[in-house]
Structures are given as C-alpha cells and as structure tokens.
Design a protein around this ligand. Sequence first.
Ligand SMILES: C[S@@+](CC[C@H](N)C(=O)[O-])C[C@H]1O[C@@H](n2cnc3c(N)ncnc32)[C@H](O)[C@@H]1O
Length: 367
Amino acid sequence: MNTASTSYDTIKHLPSIVTVPSNMTNLANITRVSHNSSNSLSSSLPNSLSVPVNANIQPDVISYYSETSEDYRGWSKSYHMHFGYFRFNGWGHFIKNIWRLEPQLNQASEEVFQKLAVKEGGHYLDMGCGYGATARLFAKQYPKSKLTGISLVASQVQEAQSLLKAESPNSINKVDFKKMDYQDTAFADESFDGVYAMESACHGRGEGRGEFLAEAFRLLKPNGTLVVHDAFTSKLHKKELHKTTGLNFIYNWAYHWLCKGWAVEDYINKEAFEAELVRQGFQEIHFKNAFWNVLPSALHMPRIILTYFLQKMLFSKDFYRNKGLRKQRINHCLGSFSAMIVALHVRRFNYYVVTARKGNNQKGISS
Ligand SMILES: C[S@@+](CC[C@H](N)C(=O)[O-])C[C@H]1O[C@@H](n2cnc3c(N)ncnc32)[C@H](O)[C@@H]1O
C-alpha cells in the first residue's frame, strides 16, 4: 500500500523551495528557503502548493475542541470523537454493516472494555474522555463498576456530565468527569484497575509521551492494564521527513495540515512510545495494527465532511461573523482531508491498539 517511493514529474522540482531539517520531530520547524531562490518554478508556484512554512504549530487543544465541538456532532450522534473499529464477521455482515458508522464507533469502545477485562467493582480511568461517549457505554454495560473521565476542556466535562445524567441517571454515582491534565492528575497512586486513552494520547507531550505514560503507570494498581487507541508515526516517517521529492512532498504537506487541523503538535512515534513503555516498567506490551479495522469508519469521512461540515459552515451565521471560528473549522476540514492522504502511507503512519500491563509490586521510574 505504501507508495512513498513513487515520484511524479510534475512536482519533482518542488524540493528546491523547501528544506526540512533531518532532525525534526515537529513540522513547525519547516523553514522556507529564501523567496529569492533562483529556481524559477518556486516563484511561479501558487502558495497553496508549497509546504506551509513557519506555521509554528503550537496547538491550543482547548480552543480547538471548543470551536469544533459541532463538527464532532456531525461525526457521531452520541458524540464519539474517535475512529470506529470494524470486526470482519463474514461477507454478509460486512455488506450489511460497512455503511453504518455508529456501531463501528461503539465497537471501538467495546474493544477497550474487552482489553481492560472490566471487572465488577473495579475503578477505571478515561484519560481524555471528550464528551463521554465511551464512558456512557461503560455505565450501561458495567453498572457495578466505576469510571472517571478526565479532559482538559471544561465544556466537555460539563456536557459529558449532563449527557450521562440524561441517558443513565442511575449511573451518576458510578461515573464522573473532571477537568484535569492527564499528564499531571490529582489522583493518588494506584487508584485504578485500568486506564485507557481513546485518541487522546496524541495530544500529549514528547515523542514517546513519557509524561502521559508515567502518569498512567503511577495511577494503575498492580496488574492494571493500559489501553491506547491512536495513530502512530514510524521510523520511516522520521527518516523521510527531510525528503521532499515526489510523494514525500505530498505526504509531508498532508501531515503538516493534519497536525495543524487536528491540534496535534506531532503524532506519537511508535518506537519512542514502545521504548517509553518499557522504561516506565510496563510489561506484556502489545501493538495491534488496526488499519483494516479502522479503515471502514475512516471511509465515512469524505461524506461527512462534504455534507455536514460544509453545510454547517456555509449556512452558519457564526461562520461568517466569527473569523477565529471560521479559521479553526476550515483547518479542521483540511485536517480531515489530509488525514486520508496521510493514512494511505501505512509504512509511515498507522493506527494501533496498544495494550500493556503494570506488573505486581512495580514502582514507576518517576516514583
Ligand atoms: C479526539 S478527542 C477523544 C475524546 C474521547 N476519548 C473519544 O474518543 O470520544 C481527544 C480528547 O483528549 C483530551 N485531551 C487532550 N489533551 C489532554 C490532556 N493533556 N489532559 C486531559 N485530556 C486531554 C481532549 O480534551 C479531548 O477530550
């Protein structure tokens, strides 16, 4: 599936207008070679064709999620903010269900519960809970267990709480939401039987998300399980990031807009994450390549962008009145289109379900 080595004549000259430092881990560092470049192609290129430079991506996660909350409503009626998970169960099932997005989103949450092996009376932590869609499913399925969801965004915490109250009023003693940074929580050591992060670890700091993993390790009870669903970059991604020929150029450009549009500084590097899991003391580390499981839900994106996003954008008064909102939502659309381009480069960027276990009587390196 990887087409990275192909090159197209039409864009073969583009490298001369951009340089990408080979040691970069953040596309914010892309720098433009002087505008006075002698290359005639560079001066005749429309701006949209050159890699966006000096964009200085410093994602503001809170404003991103505040301004794009409507878009996530378009993605999922129950406010799931992640990709789905499709389990192939024969062709009949495939043909019937591939068109239905919501069950795939629910299945992704189901996968987490299965990996955690949720037990009666256990207490679990959702690190980056969004509007609590996974937490609400948890509340219905495990009424005798507890779950705490944390998010950096206060409005998500409030909305998650009211959606839970409306849907499962009996669960409010078992499930709660708090505004907290998952890299520095207020919980005591060994508070949880399991912790999970559904497409939220991507927003953490460091290429191996050391602070996020240290906190997860600290909060887990002995034998507790960590589950992470997210997209990861590979060694090849890092190696080729400085190359700007042919498809490298398209990939790098799309990757930049993906990060910018989805408020991610730089996606997690798989090797660095794995090394960090080991360093923290996690055991039984397992990465499941979930490309084919996630793809059917990702294929719903163009339809949703074209119908919901554009409709909401073009027919919303706020879109015309509020410049900040307009910019954020356009970037969000661009990010979503770019995600589809980036996702084709499976050897550089791929989706994994990661599980790891804290052993018995283990102390983390930060304790
Ligand atoms: C893509 S959304 C996923 C939400 C939810 N897990 C879901 O799948 O529906 C990412 C979530 O991570 C949260 N987040 C990002 N950085 C965070 C941090 N440092 N601490 C806590 N939550 C964070 C965001 O507020 C958002 O709720």
